[in-house]
Write a protein that binds this ligand. Structure first.
Ligand code: NAP
Length: 670
């Protein structure tokens, strides 16, 4: 019998153990999980001394490119993972969420890294803070990679997606991962990790894998390490109190269980499109992954007046659901992950203690060996005190709860004591907005649907890499996804104080007050020749009333402040006719651009534009134009260059300030 292996310090190892993993359909043993005898100290050491340094030597964009390559690799051939996934009870659609969704997370994080993070190893955060009158002492926050390891404990339900979404944000942050799969689906995670590691795409030591008990590593973790957990609230509770977390400052985050709700708004009567969308969503969430989804709708909260109609509509839909072999195309819902899990769900259904509305006997299936379970709809007769707000049946089970008015609906939802997601379905925007604001403090995500958005909706149960996934309170208080927010969990934010030159040297971005250099016209320099601080101080030019007249009639911008001296003077802002801000900008461009073809390929925008002082006719303007930030677009033959641009008058007052954004060719593309 096969023991699933662990990958530690660059090699696959077999641990000892006796936790048998069974096929969800046939009950036969697939293999054994055990980490006995594995050198977890070596894994910790390898991550810190090999994986971490290798990752930190790469820029965010380098890491993003690797994530993209790994994501594409996984999508190249998913057949083995799909076959294994079926053995865990997952249908094709369930497997797609896990496998294609996992690869998709890597691609999404790659895009986030390339778009939202600099091509650097340091991530400057926020604006420069001026701490002295003369500008000689400033501060800026930076985010830097922590030097420890991210230990990630995953739940059984999405062995690929759950593992890869955690891995992606740590990897992007420059922190190596030690991933631990849940035992019931460790074989699916192991296969995914084998494919990834065999590709050689990852820097050595950036991903290790421990199938089996990982708790011995806790004794080695310290303040540079983190522990991320997904699973039940009970396990999360016990992990919160380990000495590594309580005494040694290990960053701990938990994504725990969640009694997610869907609310049908009062205005969503049976004849509305929202009513149908609501019923479809409830059924979809009960059936997908046989309800073993952290985001599944457990509580179905509907106006008392519609309770019977909703119940009938849900039953009609449930009667059409086929439970069967997960690889069979006719199957709507596969099996639970195992017989033990099914027993837990049955116990939880009893714990909810509500009336059973629908839970048919299954026929034609081997329910002795296969962990099949009928979708089960419950109805609470006393919604306020129902155990549906407390007990999580982690299977195809939802409970109907009636409410009287909007406040009552919000109060019922809040009884979940913090959830990952709630959905609100209704045609009346004001009503839905009221419910949304009432329940938002209890959720990481609120998903609202009306007839105009239903077709395009990404769905109640789909966590998206760019949106927060996590929830307060019972849901664990984590924020596993959320775009760059989740990357920050693996970084240290540090305020760096010092001279503008020092802050420029640390961040790689030129800071106002730091040294500037005249290196020739900067638009004649290729990307590889430019340095931050390269500067152009232009010739001056006087803005005349004729210029203003000409610009006004040429563009059609006849705003009174430019055209009517009396009206301009009467305003609280101006002392007379004033130049258009866009005229100042256009003339500034005329002063700093280099006319001939050269390295500058295009100006793709401006950021942070402010018109600081009105520009009156007769003002002499000039531009101080400084290379502020460079970011190479790997493989594109060019880089993006941000220019600090200040338009000043003859007395050096700033008239306008902004960042000009350009693409500049490399002289020697790599
Ligand atoms: P679980 O029993 O808490 O196990 C989760 C993980 O923790 C597994 O890898 C498990 O390993 C490990 N583990 C268990 N006890 C441990 C301990 N004392 N120390 C260290 N690790 C320990 O949860 P589950 O049954 O696998 O997952 C179902 C639950 O996860 C549900 O409640 C569901 O709501 C929740 N979930 C939440 C999210 C979310 O994003 N919020 C996502 C998915 C699932 P072994 O398997 O080897 O025991």
């Amino acid at each position: 019998m096969r023991t699933f292996e662990s990958h530690i310090a660059g090699r696959w190892h077999t641990g000892s153990g006796d936790r048998h993993v069974a096929d969800a359909i046939t009950g036969e043993t697939i293999g054994v999980v055990g980490a006995g005898g594995l050198d977890l100290a070596a894994a910790h050491e390898y991550a810190r001394t090999v994986g971490g340094p290798a990752l930190r030597a790469l820029t965010f964009h380098d890491r993003a490119a690797i994530l993209r390559a790994v994501g594409k690799l996984l999508l190249d051939d998913t057949s083995e993972l799909y076959a294994l996934s079926h053995r865990s009870g997952a249908t094709r659609a369930d497997a797609a969420i896990d496998i294609d969704g996992g690869a998709g997370s890597l691609l999404a994080y790659s895009g986030i890294g390339r778009r939202e993070l600099p091509n650097s190893t340091v991530w400057p955060d926020g604006d420069i803070q001026s701490l002295s009158r003369d500008g000689s002492f400033v501060a800026r926050h930076i985010n830097v990679s922590r030097t420890g390891v991210a230990v990630q404990i995953n739940a059984f339900n999405f062995p690929v997606w759950g593992m890869l979404e955690k891995f992606a944000s740590a990897f992007l942050a420059g922190v190596p991962t030690i991933a631990k799969p849940a035992t019931p689906t460790a074989y699916v995670a192991e296969a995914a990790v084998r494919t990834i590691l065999a590709s050689g795409l990852l820097p050595e030591g950036s991903l290790q894998f421990v199938a089996g008990d990982i708790t011995p590593i806790f004794g080695l973790l310290d303040e540079q390490d983190s522990l991320a957990f997904t699973g039940s609230a009970a396990t999360a509770r016990s992990l919160r109190t380990i000495p590594a977390v309580l005494e040694r400052g290990v960053r701990f985050s938990a994504e725990a269980d969640s009694l997610n709700a869907a609310v049908l708004a009062p205005s969503a009567g049976p004849d509305t499109a929202e009513f149908g969308a609501f019923c479809d969503a409830v059924i979809g969430e009960m059936v997908a992954k046989a309800g073993q989804k952290c985001t599944a709708i457990r509580r179905v909260i509907v106006p008392d007046t519609h309770l019977d109609t909703v119940s009938d509509a849900l039953v009609a839909r449930l009667e059409a659901i086929t439970v069967g072999h997960p690889a069979d195309d006719a199957t709507d819902m596969g099996a639970l992950v195992g017989l033990e899990q099914r027993a837990d769900v049955h116990a939880a259904v009893a714990g909810v203690g509500a009336r059973t509305v629908f839970a048919p006997e299954l026929s034609g299936l081997d329910t002795e060996r296969g962990a099949f379970m009928a979708p089960t709809l419950l109805r609470a007769d006393d919604p306020a005190s129902s155990a549906a707000h407390v007990v999580e049946p982690f299977g195809p089970v939802s409970t109907l709860l009636g409410y009287q008015d909007l406040d009552d609906a919000v109060a019922l939802v809040a009884k979940g004591r913090g959830s990952l997601v709630a959905s609100v379905f209704g045609p009346d925007t004001d009503e839905t907005a009221r419910i949304t604001l009432g329940i938002a403090p209890f959720h990481g995500r609120v998903h609202t649907i009306d007839a105009t958005s239903a077709a395009a909706s990404t769905g109640h149960g789909s966590p998206l890499p760019q949106l927060v996934h996590g929830g307060p309170g019972r849901a664990g208080g984590g924020e596993e996804l959320g775009g760059v927010r989740s990357v920050l969990h693996h970084m240290q934010r540090t305020a760096v104080q010092g001279s503008p030159d020092l802050v420029t040297a640390v961040t790689g971005e030129w800071v106002d007050g730091a040294a500037r250099r005249d290196n020739g016209h900067p638009f004649t320099l290729f990307f590889d020749e430019l340095e931050v601080g390269d500067c152009l101080d232009t010739e001056p030019r006087v803005i005349t009333l004729e210029d203003i007249e000409h610009f006004a009639h040429f563009t059609g911008d006849l705003f009174y402040a430019h055209m009517d001296d009396e009206a301009a003077k009467a305003s609280p802002i101006f002392e007379g006719r004033v130049a258009h801000g866009y005229l100042v900008l256009s003339m500034a461009a005329g002063l700093f651009v280099w006319p001939d073809p050269g390295p500058v390929l295009a100006n793709y925008g401006v950021d942070n534009l402010r018109f600081a002082t009105p520009t009156y006719p007769g003002t002499e303007i000039r531009v101080i134009f400084t290379c502020k930030q460079k970011s190479l677009r790997a493989g594109a033959g060019y880089g993006e260059v941000r220019w600090d641009t200040k338009v000043i008058d003859q007395d050096d007052n700033v008239l306008a300030s902004y960042d000009v954004l350009t693409m500049v060719a490399q002289k020697e593309p790599a």
